[in-house]
Write a protein that binds this ligand. Structure first.
Ligand code: EZ4
Ligand code: CO
Length: 413
């Protein structure tokens, strides 16, 4: 069984997605997600110009060897573009192998380890009443865990907070997901003041705990914006509100920063949505500096590579917390759900829910009920790609926002 065709598909059913479709000489089709938000065409070009020709004629069963061939063989290793491209190939080959075996993909990963994946939703509000309403809406949709992002007095539109009308997805529901992301040639600019944020956030979590009680798992994302000592201070200040996790407190390229944070707080830490390989986690794991791994299948070299990361994490009692924003396509999310149901150290899965147009294009068969995600029971990933629908939604340039301090200095986003 050899790879006979490799197609790179780009479409914008509400936001941009890059999908790789591999077809074997005996007619099996596999899909992989290669979406890198705001840099989509770089991965599409990497695949089209440099990988598709290498794939034709390879034995589609040789997933590990193909992974090594693309990773070692490229000479230039790691990085989000390379690893998203490799992820798409790897995921598509797992999809094919599972279809050949006539099994849902998770069965090839060792079978089911739990009844479903606990998922967390996104709640946000500029002010408390809106935030409460947003949390109630999540609970009404069945979520049993909620990420809480808040506006900060004195600052305008902020990361993670559905403040603008164009973040609305109909039915009056305001949803933060940059869906649509700011379309056009340049990104939106936001303003940031860490002192104001650090003063305000603990008051919001106190209010939310008083309103919703002690049990509901609450998460928060600081989006790489703090210095080590600021992160330590926030973690400590949030301890009374018993967070499930605090995410991306510092830009973790500097893994040593997490030592300082850990010295000061028992608030659990989650990191890794911008990481691409196991090597990015090495000291975070070995020194037990984090509690949850945020990597997505899509940005970390696929199922093969992410499973290896989770196995390494498991020996330090570190769990999965896979990135699941709407810029990971239903193909990438389906892969995460198959992996998450099988691994021993599952923690939680982010689930933001895609738009109706996105569902029409990919027809994902994973399910979400009572706050839990479950993989499809059909052979493979349980996701399709409808070319006609894709043609009706061509690529449109769109960018994530950038972030500046009040004096105009560029800051982390
Ligand atoms: O910034 O998905 O935890 N989730 C996040 C997301 C990411 C975007 C990047 O494409 O931080 O909002
Ligand atoms: Co995040």
């Amino acid at each position: 069984m050899h790879i006979a065709n490799a197609e790179v598909l780009v479409a914008n059913p509400g936001r941009n997605f890059v999908t790789l479709r591999l077809t074997t000489d005996d007619g099996f089709v596999g899909l992989g997600d290669a979406t890198l938000n705001g840099r989509e065409l770089a991965v599409a070009a990497y695949l089209r110009e440099h990988l598709t020709s290498l794939l034709i004629g390879l034995d589609a069963h040789q997933i590990e060897d193909t992974w090594q061939y693309l990773y070692r063989g490229g000479y230039w290793r790691r990085g989000p573009v390379t690893m998203a491209a490799i992820a798409a190939v790897d995921t598509a080959l797992w999809d094919i192998k599972a279809k050949v075996a006539k099994l849902p993909l998770y069965q090839l990963l060792g079978g089911r380890s739990r009844n479903g994946l606990l998922a967390y939703g996104h709640a946000s509000g500029v002010e408390l009443p809106e935030l409460y309403e947003s949390i109630h809406r999540n609970l009404g949709q069945g979520y049993r865990a909620v990420r809480v992002q808040t506006g900060v007095p004195g600052l305008g539109s902020l990361y993670g907070v559905a403040a603008s009308e164009n973040a609305s997805t109909g039915g009056g529901e305001r949803r933060y997901d940059y869906e649509p992301a700011r379309r056009g040639a340049v990104p939106l600019e936001e303003r940031w003041d860490t002192r104001a944020y650090l003063r305000h956030v603990p008051t919001v979590f106190e209010a939310v705990r008083n309103e919703f009680g002690p049990e509901l798992p609450l998460l928060h994302d600081a989006h790489h914006r703090l210095t080590p000592i600021q992160a330590a201070k926030l973690g400590k200040a949030l301890e009374p509100y018993d967070l499930f996790w605090l995410e991306d407190v510092t830009p973790a390229e500097n893994q040593a920063a997490l030592r300082r944070v850990r010295e000061h707080t028992t608030t659990p830490l989650a990191i890794g949505e911008v990481f691409n390989t196991l090597w990015d986690y090495r000291s975070l794991f070995e020194e037990q500096l984090i509690d949850y791994v945020r990597s997505a299948v899509t940005h970390t070299g696929g199922i093969t590579a992410l499973r290896r990361i989770f196995d390494y994490a498991a020996i330090y009692q570190i769990k999965s917390g896979v990135h699941g924003p709407t810029d990971v396509s239903p193909v990438g999310l389906a892969a995460a759900i198959h992996l998450g149901i099988a691994i021993p150290n599952f923690g939680i899965q982010e689930y933001m829910r895609h738009s109706a147009e996105t569902h029409a294009l990919f027809r994902p068969r994973y399910t979400f009920a009572d706050g839990m995600l479950n993989p499809s029971e059909e052979p493979g990933l349980g996701v399709d790609y409808d070319d006609e629908i894709a043609q009706a939604h061509p690529y449109e340039a769109a960018y994530l926002p950038v972030n500046r301090l009040l004096d105009g200095t560029m800051h982390d986003w």
